[in-house]
Design a binder for this molecule. Structure first.
Ligand code: OFO
Length: 168
């Protein structure tokens, strides 16, 4: 059985993951409106992945006899200056999420909740991957600068991203 504190904090994380999904969908919409279809596809896949993260925690809370209470999702930003600005913001956001996951692990250790600690290790590994993936796009966009041919080539590559739960 989850402690009350762990239940509350996992509910908070569900909300954070749903906000991440909303934020990335908003970013996808901005990219789509600029004709950057490949970047928009990539960000939309990212939004789906975040919903999957929220559902993973939702399932776990119930498995452990907890209670999911959904709260309102904050309104995400809708305007950015450039694709580079978007991906820098996405990286900052992922770093913040990593901090939240680390805090959850700290709580699990403090409470000697080995099951939650074990469950959360999946997210620890996932955050390493997510920060690396977004960071890589930031680096490439910074290198591309104002070169529209380079941006177009990267846009084509980004379009190849898909998301399935099996690959997550
Ligand atoms: Fe982008 O990460 Fe969820 O957890």
């Amino acid at each position: 059985m989850l402690s009350e504190k762990m239940d509350v904090e996992l509910n908070r994380q569900i909300n954070a993951e749903m906000f991440s999904s909303y934020l990335y969908l908003s970013m996808s919409g901005w990219l789509e409106s600029k004709g950057l279809t490949g970047f928009a596809i990539w960000m939309r896949a990212q939004a789906k992945e975040e919903t999957f993260h929220a559902e993973k925690i939702y399932t776990y809370v119930h498995e452990r006899g907890g209670r999911v209470i959904l709260e309102a999702i904050d309104k995400p930003e809708s305007e950015w200056d450039s694709p580079l600005h978007i991906f820098r913001e996405a990286l900052k956001h992922e770093e913040m999420i990593s901090g939240m996951i680390n805090d959850l692990v700290d709580l699990a250790i403090k409470e000697k909740d080995h099951a939650s600690n074990n469950f959360l290790q999946w997210f620890i590994a996932e955050q390493v991957e997510e920060e690396a993936n977004v960071g890589n796009v930031v680096d490439r966009l910074a290198l591309i600068g104002d070169d529209s041919a380079g941006l177009f080539a990267l846009d084509m590559e980004m379009a190849k991203r898909t998301f399935t739960e099996e690959e997550a």
